[in-house]
Design a protein around this ligand. Structure first.
Ligand SMILES: [Zn+2]
Length: 491
């Protein structure tokens, strides 16, 4: 048996000013061939699961490419072409099945449906070869994606700590289909809801209940069922809440289960909306806590949703209100890092930090914050994740430095990275459990590593292209009417 196993992942924020060239899809561009295998073998990812399944089958394994970029703006045409060509060329050489680790919200310059376009092309090359697809919970599902593969399974957790399980689940269905044990058929649908990312955590309602419902039907009625929260910051027709069900042989059964799950999601539509608190009130509330760690969640600027990771709004408010013993993880500002490296460890520097990137989609110019502090640490920014999300994956922050202002220890990185693992601080000598405040540029993924050590959590509405105020964004392509842009829907 010969299996093509590949990864192509990008959550495209069509409002993000951060460019997405091929180089963004790995430490030196995408991993290819044996390097793709080596980078993800033994990791807690769908690709890691596919490799384990293939080895258990004693299959011949081909890994043409493993490409994952941090969420950012629309994927450059040549990057999309390079990654999809690598996968399609491998399929064209012949195989018994294709196992794909995709995100499910990729928009490229040449297509609004990055995954659907890829899958359609693979199907045209190999019409009868089964295709398994693992997807992120933030997938914006399309008809073209569903029509052009054999079985899809999405993550059931956010933070995504079940990536491996989702890959194993999707891959197992397709391997069973190859043996003639099952005949997977799929049905899908969506509802007009742009769910707020902050309302998709799977330990909270409504996703907690919807995931429980999906798990329950998987026990009795179908091979797989996934409810997707979707990714609201992609201005494409299909953005929003959707569901896909894989049944054994009966499309009617798949359709009926899918509609039931979608009805349950629609019932909870009000719970998918987020109401933010004025920033000054959030920081004042945080200041009143006697003990930490208190997590300050700067959710409008989450680089794992396309944020620039450099607006200083929340940091500035923390400084204004005089919070002490704060660690900031992290500001992405390669220019500031270079200046700190040039100054050297132990030097006192004054520099404009962050705010280098304009955000035209929300009408904001970059606005740096002038800070003075001592350069404490200079590092290569590499560490291996030990926590429950992306376990075992090597992480590259680029050249990194820590600026100590007295009240704040600010980690400044050169490559985007959302803090979901304590390694963001420990890799530069800051012990997060000993800090009063941890300011994290994150929305929900921080929970993977930081929830166990947090005493309090304060969501802070700063500025950025991952703002929870969807009215800030000029949506033109998404299907209308849709919640919350059109309040009358379902009222
Ligand atoms: Zn996600």
């Amino acid at each position: 048996m010969k299996l093509v196993i590949a990864m192509m992942k990008h959550e495209t924020n069509t409002f993000s000013p951060v460019p997405t060239p091929l180089a963004r899809f790995g430490p030196n561009g995408p991993y290819r061939g044996k390097a793709a295998y080596a980078a993800f073998k033994g990791t807690g990812t769908p690709m890691g699961a596919f490799l384990d399944l293939a080895e258990a089958e004693r299959a011949e394994i081909v890994t043409p490419v493993a490409a994952e970029a941090y969420p950012s703006g629309i994927v450059h045409a040549d990057a999309y072409r390079a990654i999809t060509d690598a996968i399609c060329d491998a399929v064209a050489e012949g195989c018994d099945a294709v196992l794909l680790d995709l995100h499910g919200a990729m928009v490229a310059e040449t297509t609004d449906d990055g995954e659907g376009t890829l899958l359609e092309r693979i199907r045209s090359i190999a019409p009868s070869v089964p295709i398994a697809v693992a997807l992120d919970l933030h997938t914006n599902l399309t008809d073209r994606m569903v029509r052009n593969c054999t079985a899809m399974v999405g993550y059931k957790t956010y933070p995504h700590v079940d990536m491996y399980e989702a890959g194993k689940h999707a891959g197992t269905i397709v391997l069973r289909a190859l043996r003639g044990e099952v005949r997977p058929v799929m049905a899908w649908g969506n509802r007009p809801i742009l769910a707020q990312t902050l309302r998709m955590g799977t330990s909270d309602a409504p996703m907690k209940d919807l995931v429980a419902a999906a798990r329950a039907v998987e026990q009795r009625e179908c091979l797989a069922a996934t409810v997707f929260g979707g990714f609201p910051l992609a201005d494409i027709p299909e953005a929003g809440v959707s569901c896909v069900v894989v049944a054994d042989g009966s499309r009617e059964a798949a359709g009926a289960i899918c509609q039931r799950l979608l009805d349950a999601a629609w019932e909870r539509r009000a719970d998918f909306q987020y109401r933010s608190e004025p920033l000054a009130e959030s920081i004042a509330r945080a200041k009143a806590f006697p003990a930490g760690p208190v997590l300050l969640i700067d959710h409008a600027d989450n680089c794992a949703s396309g944020g620039t990771q450099d607006p200083m709004t929340v940091v500035a408010e923390v400084v204004r209100q005089g919070l002490q013993d704060v660690a900031v993880g992290a500001i992405c500002d390669p220019e500031a890092v270079e200046r700190m490296i040039a100054a050297g460890v132990g030097s006192k520097v004054t520099l404009p930090l962050g705010g280098k990137v304009d955000m035209p989609a929300i009408g904001r110019k970059g606005s740096p914050l002038t800070v003075t502090g001592v350069v404490r640490v200079i590092s290569d920014g590499e560490f291996t994740v030990r926590g429950p999300m992306y376990t075992g994956v090597r992480t590259f922050l680029g050249r990194t430095a820590v600026l100590d202002t007295g009240a704040l220890e600010i980690v400044v990185v050169s490559r985007h990275h959302e803090p979901w693992d304590l390694g963001i601080f420990r890799s530069v000598g800051i012990e997060p459990t000993a800090k009063k405040y941890l300011l994290l540029k994150s929305r929900i993924h921080y929970r993977a590593g930081f929830l166990p050590i947090a005493r309090h959590i304060v969501e802070c509405a700063g500025e950025g292209v991952t703002s929870s105020d969807l009215k800030l964004f000029d949506f033109r392509k998404v299907r209308r009417p849709i919640l919350p842009l059109d309040a009358s829907v379902g009222a």
